[in-house]
Each structure stands twice: as C-alpha cells, then as structure tokens.
Design a protein around this ligand. Sequence first.
Ligand SMILES: [Zn+2]
Length: 291
Amino acid sequence: MSTAEPLRELIISSVMDRASRNGGFVTRADLSWVSLPTGDGRRVIDAARGIWNPRDMDATLSVVSSPTGPYADREVEGGLFHYSYREGSTNGDNLKLRRAYELGRPIILLRKVRDGVYVPYAPVFVVGDLLEKREFLLALDESVRFLSVDAPERRYAERLVKQRLHQAEFRGRVIAAYETRCAICRLRHGELLDAAHITPDREDDGLPAVSNGLSLCKIHHAAFDMNMLGISPAYVVHVDRQLLEEVDGPMLLHGLQEMHGTALTVPPRRGDRPDPARLERRFADFLTRAS
Ligand SMILES: [Zn+2]
C-alpha cells in the first residue's frame, strides 16, 4: 500500500511551482534539472524515452504523452487517461509504472504541447493495467481515482477532464509561444498570465490554435474580453474612447490609457502570431461597441 515518499512529493511540488511561474508549462531544460527546496536538484524526464524511471526510486516518476492533434479526447475515456505501454515487452520499462500502480505512487504526466514544451499534470495515479489492450489507466484527478468503472459520475468526469486538458494545453502552448509575456504590457509573471481567445471558443471556429490566442495578463485579458480595449489586425492596441477620458489612479493611467496606440508584442515565430483575419473580425466588434 501507499507509504509516504517525501522526495517524490518534493519533486512533484517543485515541478508544479516551476510550471506556475512559467505560465502553465515546463521546458525540457527545466525538466532536466528541477531545483528542490533542499538546495539539491533532480532530473524529471528521460533524455530519450517517454518514461522516466529513476534508478533510486521504486516506481516511475514521469511519463510523456504527445498528442497528435490539438485535442486530447481520444486518450480520455470515462475521465481516465489511456497511456499505452512502452514498445516491446509487456515488462521492461513498464515494470516500474506497474509498481506505481501497485504502490499507489503519484506520478507526473507530461503532455508535449510543442517542441521541448510540456504541460505537467500531477499528482496522477495509475488506476488500471489493461494487459490485453497494452495500456495503463491514469487518473488525472483524485476525484476520479476511486470511482468504479460504471459509476454515472464517470460521464461528468470525462467532460471535466477533457475541458481541463484543453484549457491547460491551450494556455501552455500560447504562453510558451509568447515566452511568458503579456502581449500588451510585457508583464513576465506566468502566475498572472492567461491565454485569451481571439475568436471565442464557444464559436465553431474558436480553435485552440496558438494563432487564435493571445498571452495576456489578467487585467488585459478581462479588458479585451469586455471590449474595453481592442487589437487591430496591424497589431496595434486601441483603448475605448470613454476610458481614455476618465481620470483616476495609476492603474487606469499606466495600465490602460498609456497602452493606447502601442504595438503588440508578438511571438518570435511567425506561425504563432495572431491571425489578422481573426483580429479583424474581433476588432470590428470592438469598434461597434466602443463609445
Ligand atoms: Zn498586461
């Protein structure tokens, strides 16, 4: 049964802290040496393989999953994540993941969202080992860990887990593309950054692609969603006229009014930059509603 393994818990919380500071993701470089509060550091990803079995630990520490498309649905069923056995034998690398199952050890699931960039989920528990299907079942959440296979809550859990994966991976992809920066004010605190949708995700073409996203701090995200500011297809920030005439404290002055007419900070890679056609539609909306 599960016995405490303080080092594992320390590593998991250090990885999650790192991800929070980055804005919801970790890089391969972060994972090759995660510093611990003890002053020590640990590798958290295998240099070549998708599973990391540290020699001095009794069970797997992390597994990598590379989604083939922007959606994770295929891998999620009944609120559980299906993780395929490693190629080759039923044992080999899989033995220590089976040990994580037997011992109830938490592991880290690393979803690769772009080259060298991962969204981590932890603590994740192995709750099933399907020998015939050659896959493990992972619970991304304590709440689904002990649900029986046919519990009606599974359907709700499935929706919640898919939603959680979509949101977390969209956020990780977008904020990584902007190198942990607000596109409007350049604030560099991942904890304060969101991935805003240009075409809202409730609309049919509200794809979770980076070119439909903007990395924005909480204030600028809310202001953008409320059409208090707009972004032109030429990547220029426009602040609502009425807001420009208001007189108030430093947040209004520096945080909003002074952003008027400034250029958006866009990702270095061209393909990651906001889609001008989407911005144009969204900007028309801002102009119509603007005072
Ligand atoms: Zn900002």
